[in-house]
Design a protein around this ligand. Structure first.
Ligand code: ARG
Ligand code: ZN
Length: 853
């Protein structure tokens, strides 16, 4: 239970302190009388004492609510009200609680609870937003059915579940599935729908709608197809059907995150659902398809089976990310998806896991739970499930999932319940596997090899460095997928999963005439950092011959990193062997274009900075940037004869289709254009910009021109063409910062924050500029501290309006201890300045304190 804590010392919540709520909720009835600045919420809640709890306290969460009246069984009561909720004397027997509160959606810039976006009412309740709507036990283990009546003159008024009666000025909704309050949603406004239908495999007819603001109705078709594919896929792969008469999706412009899986009424950041060829890139299409799937899949993994408390967040998020990745792999290309996910994991999760914000996949303490919707909970959480599946095998995995759904449907569960399902259905002891959930940090895996009398031996060592609050780490169970190749490129050992459980462990393979060449951590079978002394020659061999697409790509990545590091440290020239390997790969028309594009994608500058720091070298962002530029320029020159041909060969003509095949070609085409622009003075990019018939090529042409500082006219034309399209304008804002020369990046970002179309209140626009600055590695890390100062200024300005987005963006500073003393001093000063801000939110305070620690 929350105690009133002194405002200087925010309260910390602990997993170990869990106790169930003293009451069960049997029924919730809500009436909303909508008004932008004074919405009335009437609640009627049937409570009964929870027989499992002896020490009962009746406390209802509530924040920023004006209590108008409260009754128990019809009699007025005067509860004890604080900033965080209320408590009240209640009977020992079942009773009905009624309350009326007033809230101000228009003043709600935090975008949590009931708020307004472009004149439309909408909600975001996960994790703890429902308490800003009415007094309620706002915790995921309290589940109930909800009946909702919305009164107002909005054209469309939606809530969860199935529609009930509606008429002039009102609409009623009934959700038959018991749910926690975080899955509650309400939307009301002037909306248009893109309708469709779906018949489940047992013959249930479901009405589907995507609701958008007038003007956006032409951008729904792709999302709708993605939804229907997701519904079919979940039936076919997991045997899960949809369970209501309607499924509604709403697009909202002002939204802190990507989307939200409210029961039967998913609410999406418009950037994650609206799509058209003219306005969306291939990457947007792929992401939209994945997020629609993700939110839909939550209907089973999250809604039907939910979390007991917020420490268990990965129970629904890790599993649902895993499921959406499987879906994307099935819809598109499995190897490409895997490589993309590893790139993401390394860019977002590894820095978190190796810095001051490191926390276990299942955290054990938090001040503000919104700060734990992290890459660790989501992406590493998904990796952990992938390992589990690899260890038990596909068949056992689906059997365990069936047991999970059968055993826990309708419950609020824990990671222990999840693991138990696997133990019971497979007979395995998974005690050690649970370390993946409880111990933070990325394991370092090193490997030695030996060859004697025809026996080839791999000896692995694992070590996880200490993380905040966790000095000691136990060995983890690591599934290591390996394959062995002959020097002529034949596979002599097809992919085999080695199960490492000790700190040091050897695995032997017999019967070889010659020493085989190992391909280790195929398909990235575990989220570890593998270090292996390997020659450039061997890596080039794997890049040319490995049968596993991931390790093949990885070999190229390792070569790229080694070359760039040598350039930075020793002033070496770009590695000629690597350049040659790249050239032959790029020219190999038999290879999947998407794969070639991925091989051509250079390691990020931040990744190189981390690699240097890992070797004990203080990274110099400017030197890293210069090396990246030199490398790209050298590659472009060495390929100059082939670039025009390759460019022409990867042009996709005809109507734009956002499928994997076209996207792969366009990705390669974009890479080639990037190189070509370095040698043709921008001629091809200019032409491509002028003739573009879809956003993917228009966007990549503009990016190339801006990067070459030859894109002023095109940028202006782009602005004029798209100024009325919010999502495209986010691209325009972001691209200018992303492509800026480092020394200009902070000033460009600064001037964009003064542009008439910039608004700090819209998270997408804010992230477009500030997120791009944080991602422009050398630009953000300008030695004069101007990047740091600008971000801190903006975060200080945003915090009083939107703590959640502010706190999230603080993570741009999480890698600060990598850098030299001068930069560290400047970052520390900015972090302290943020922390000293009067009235700083709990969200931002927690993040800044952890980063500073
Ligand atoms: N459950 C949502 C999803 O992963 C994320 C919502 C998180 N929102 C928040 N304010 N913490 O799809
Ligand atoms: Zn999710």
């Amino acid at each position: 239970m929350k105690d009133a804590a002194p405002s200087t010392q925010p309260e910390t919540f602990y997993l170990k302190d869990y106790t169930p709520f003293g009451y069960v909720v049997e029924r919730v009835e809500l009436v909303f009388r909508l008004s932008p600045e004074a919405t009335r919420v009437l609640s009627k809640i049937r409570f009964a004492p929870n027989p499992d709890v002896s020490d009962r306290e009746f406390f209802l969460h509530g924040e920023k609510l004006k209590l108008i009246s409260a009754q128990i069984d019809g009699a007025e009561v005067a509860p004890n009200v604080t900033d965080t909720g209320l408590s009240c004397e209640v009977p020992d027997t079942p009773f009905t609680w009624e309350a009326e509160v007033e809230i101000n959606p228009k003043a709600n810039t935090a975008l949590e609870g009931l708020y307004m976006s472009n004149g439309m009412y909408c909600t975001q309740c996960e994790a703890e937003g429902f308490r800003k709507i009415t007094y309620y036990p706002d915790r995921p283990d309290v589940m109930s059915t909800f009946n909702v009546r919305i009164e107002g003159d909005e054209k469309v008024m939606l809530s969860n579940g199935n529609p009930g009666e509606s008429g002039e000025g009102f609409a009623e909704w009934h959700d038959p599935w018991p749910k926690p309050a975080y899955l509650f949603a309400l939307v009301a406004g002037d909306l248009l729908n893109h309708p469709d239908r779906f018949t489940t495999r047992s013959g249930k007819d479901v009405e589907l709608n995507i609701w958008v603001r007038p003007g956006d109705e032409g951008k729904c078709a792709f999302g709708m197809e993605a939804l229907k594919k997701s519904m079919t896929w979940d039936e076919e792969v997991y045997g899960r059907e949809y369970d209501l008469d309607v499924f509604n999706i709403v697009a909202v412009d002002d939204f802190n995150m990507g989307a939200m899986e409210n029961k039967g009424l998913n609410i999406f950041n418009s950037s994650c659902v609206l799509a058209s060829p003219e306005t969306s890139t291939d990457a947007n299409f792929e992401r939209i398809e994945a997020i629609i799937a993700h939110e839909y899949f939550h209907n089973w993994t999250g809604n039907r089976i939910t979390c007991r408390d917020w420490f268990q967040l990965c129970l629904k998020e890790g599993l649902t990310v895993y499921r959406d990745a499987q879906f994307t792999a099935d819809m598109r290309s499995a190897p490409v998806k895997r490589i993309e996910d590893v790139i993401e994991l390394r860019a977002r999760q590894f820095p978190e896991d190796n810095g001051p914000l490191a926390h276990p996949v299942r955290p054990e303490a938090f001040q503000e739970i919104n700060n734990f919707y992290t890459a660790t909970v989501y992406e590493k959480g998904a990796e952990v499930i992938g390992m589990l599946k690899r260890l038990v095998g596909d068949e056992a995995y689906y059997k365990a999932l069936d047991l999970y759904f059968n055993r826990h449907d309708g419950q609020a569960c824990t990671i222990e319940d999840w693991i138990k399902v696997f133990e019971d259905s497979t007979g395995r002891d998974l005690a050690q596997f649970k370390n993946w959930y409880s111990q933070a940090g990325t394991p370092r895996l090193s490997v030695d090899e030996s060859f004697e009398d025809g026996t080839y031996t791999l000896t692995f060592r694992q070590k996880t460095p200490p993380t905040p609050g966790q000095d000691h780490k136990d060995p983890k169970v690591i599934p290591i997928a390996v394959g062995l190749l002959t020097p002529t490129g034949d596979e002599v050992l097809p992919t085999t999963v080695l199960e490492m459980t000790e700190a040091e462990q050897s695995f032997s393979f017999e019967g070889f005439k010659t020493r085989p060449i190992p391909s280790i951590l195929r398909d990235f079978s575990a989220p570890v950092i593998l270090t292996r002394d390997s020659s450039a020659k061997e890596r080039a061999f794997l890049l040319a011959h490995d049968t596993d697409p991931f390790t093949r790509w990885e070999a190229g990545r390792e070569l790229a990193k080694a070359s760039r590091i040598a350039m930075v440290i020793d002033g070496a020239s770009p590695d000629s062997n690597y350049l040659e390997a790249l050239q032959s790969l790029v020219r190999d028309d038999h290879l999947d274009p998407a794969f070639r594009a991925l091989v051509l994608a250079p390691p990020t500058e931040s990744e190189i900075a981390q690699a240097l720091a890992d070797q004990g070298v203080t990274p110099d962002p400017d030197a890293i940037h210069d090396a990246a530029e030199t490398f790209a320029q050298t590659l472009a020159q060495s390929l100059s004869d082939s670039l025009p041909r390759l460019f022409a060969a990867t042009l996709v003509d005809g109507a734009y289709v956002p499928d994997a095949k076209g996207a792969g070609l366009r990705a390669l085409n974009g890479r080639i254009l990037g190189l070509l622009t370095r040698i043709d003075g921008g001629e091809a990019a200019t032409k491509q910009f002028e003739t573009a018939n879809n956003m993917t090529v228009q966007n990549s042409a503009l990016a190339c021109l801006l990067k070459a500082e030859k894109g002023d006219a095109q940028s202006q034309a782009f602005f004029e063409q798209w100024q009325d399209d919010r999502l495209v304008m986010d691209k325009w804002f972001g691209l200018q910062v992303a492509t800026a020369r480092p020394e200009r990046a902070p000033a460009i970002a600064q001037s964009l924050t003064e542009h008439p179309l910039f608004t700090i209140k819209n998270p997408n626009r804010f992230r477009a500029v500030m997120g791009a600055l944080a991602m422009n590695h050398a630009g953000f890390h300008q030695a004069d501290g101007s990047g740091y100062r600008l971000l801190a200024d903006q975060l200080i300005a945003l915090d009083p309006l939107n703590p959640q987005t502010t706190a999230r963006m603080c993570s741009a500073f999480q890698t600060w201890k990598r850098y030299d003393a001068g930069r560290q001093d400047k970052i520390r000063a900015e972090l302290k300045r943020i922390k000293a801000t009067e009235g700083l939110s709990r969200d931002t305070n927690e993040m800044v304190s952890r980063i500073l620690d």
